[in-house]
Design a protein around this ligand. Structure first.
Ligand code: FES
Length: 102
């Protein structure tokens, strides 16, 4: 799978999230406890931008729209809508660069 540079490490400090674009895809990039995660940024419910949501201590982002939760590691909805999920992207750090496998 091709790797695409989307950000630098200093752009995503611990506890932050950044919206990035890979071709036409919108992706949320998260630094949760020093670990990087990338998931599709559009909520499958009504399309709100997930990167604007809070991240729980368990590593779940809470959609700012209607509070569905998505696990940053698996993309699965963990708030009762079992069929809903968002795509995840493997994250690779090379030096100061953050790349996604797309
Ligand atoms: S838009 Fe995300 S829960 Fe409704």
């Amino acid at each position: 799978m091709p790797l695409v540079k989307v950000a630098t490490v200093e752009q995503v400090p611990p506890g932050s999230a950044l919206r990035v674009y890979v071709e036409a895809r919108e992706v949320g990039l998260y630094n949760h406890g020093g670990q990087l995660f990338a998931i599709k940024n559009l909520c499958p419910h009504m399309g709100d931008a997930l990167h604007k949501g809070q991240v729980t201590a368990q590593g779940r982002v809470v959609c700012p729209g209607h509070a569905w939760h998505f696990d940053l590691a698996t993309g699965k909805c963990t708030s009762g809508q079992a069929e809903a999920s968002v795509r995840t992207y493997p994250v690779v750090v090379q030096g100061e660069d953050i790349l996604l496998e797309v």
